[in-house]
Design a protein around this ligand. Structure first.
Ligand code: DP6
Length: 362
């Protein structure tokens, strides 16, 4: 029996109509989730910084159905316009996981979603949007049916549901630094089903900035789904999952110690490893663009000259996330304006930082 399923009937509906709103951030993985098995379970543990500025705000309204039905009644608006494509995707997700939300039988739902970042910025929006969706659904259930679910249980269900919608979204539910996946480290409390906050991290990492250099804001060349599938028959599959789990341990020790130099080495190696895996997949992909490499070279040069601990990481795409502690923000900003901005598409660099996780407004 799945512990995240609450059983309730129409008689327990105490709010016939209502509205709630959640804002949930994106996140940037330091150790990447790349490869999955079973029902949205990760082949290795991943760790990420929860971001602050790149986020989705979702407003949810519900009303009671005249007659309970299996039909999922949903209206979805994205950036103030009806969006049939997203609506169909969410409906398909709810249909597949309807046992998690008995309320779908009794309620009509309307969702309005807005991202804080431009659509063409190439920022992964599934983490912010799917975590906002999960939080909204869990809160509606709790409030409309007066389930009195304690906050920690609600967040647990939300990370579980977010994971089913998009793996990386499971981590966005938590502030600052989160992990997802089973690990032998006692301090890493996540499992393959649930992400969890990473505790005991040195304060310096909580001040980290993430300046996202948009090298190419176009559609992703490889969807996440196709990307994860590439790991199924990858020649380095077993080595990768073993190594990623070892890197999690090394990273955790670095995060505890506050060693920003070792952080740079490890995070950059891991980012390039993700792209290396794509380059020797079958079919193979090169997702870096010439300016991705140009930005990387500039970062490495500047680090060598200045002795400052800034480094880069990459998503499954061409954009470069530049990570650095708040204490060197001024120097890095000057460097970004003079050396990096000319390499960004339309000069676009999005300034983000480690944040406090989702917030409920209504
Ligand atoms: C490279 O979470 O987008 O960003 O579970 O299929 O939705 P799905 O995949 P998704 O994959 C993210 C891949 C990554 C690494 C990471 O965020 O850990």
């Amino acid at each position: 029996m799945n512990t995240y399923i609450r059983n309730y009937s129409k008689n327990e509906l105490i709010e016939d109509t209502g509205r709630i709103s959640w804002t949930s951030p994106s996140n940037i993985a330091l150790i990447k989730y790349w490869g999955k098995y079973g029902h949205q379970l990760p082949c290795n543990t991943s760790i990420s910084f929860t971001l602050n500025e790149s986020k989705t705000t979702m407003d949810f309204s519900w009303s009671s159905k005249d007659t309970p039905s299996d039909e999922i009644v949903l209206d979805f608006y994205f950036e103030n316009k009806k969006n049939q494509l997203f609506e169909d995707k969410i409906r398909a997700f709810l249909e597949k996981n309807r046992e998690l939300f008995p309320m779908l039988k009794f309620l009509n739902l309307e969702i309005e979603s807005i991202n804080s970042f431009p659509h063409s910025a190439g920022i992964a929006s599934s983490a912010s949007s799917m975590s906002a969706l999960a939080l909204g659904l869990c809160s509606i259930e709790n409030q409309a049916f007066d389930l009195d679910i304690p906050e920690t249980d609600l967040i647990q269900k939300a990370t579980y549901v977010a994971r089913l919608a998009s793996g990386s979204a499971s981590r966005s539910v938590f502030p600052e630094i989160a992990s997802w996946g089973e690990n032998s480290l006692t301090s890493i409390k996540s499992s393959d089903e649930l992400a969890a906050p990473v505790e005991g991290v040195h304060e310096v990492f909580k001040t980290y900035r993430d300046s996202i250099v948009i090298v190419d804001g176009g559609e992703k060349a490889v969807s996440s789904r196709a990307g994860h599938a590439l790991m199924e028959a990858h020649p380095y599959r077993e080595q990768r999952f073993k190594r990623a789990n070892e890197l999690v341990e090394t990273l955790y020790n670095i995060l505890k110690s506050g060693d920003t130099k070792s952080f740079c080495d490890l995070v950059e190696t891991e980012a390039l490893e993700l792209h290396g895996l794509m380059m020797n997949s079958s079919p193979s992909f090169i997702l870096m663009r010439p300016n991705t490499l140009a930005v990387i070279e500039k970062i490495r040069e500047f680090r060598k000259e200045s002795g400052l601990d800034l480094c880069f990481t990459l998503d499954a795409g061409p954009n470069v996330h530049i990570l650095y502690p708040q204490s060197i923000e001024e120097e890095v900003q000057t460097f970004l304006s003079s050396e990096i901005k000319p390499l960004a598409q339309n000069g676009l660099i999005i300034h983000d930082r480690v944040g406090q996780g989702p917030e409920r407004f209504l």
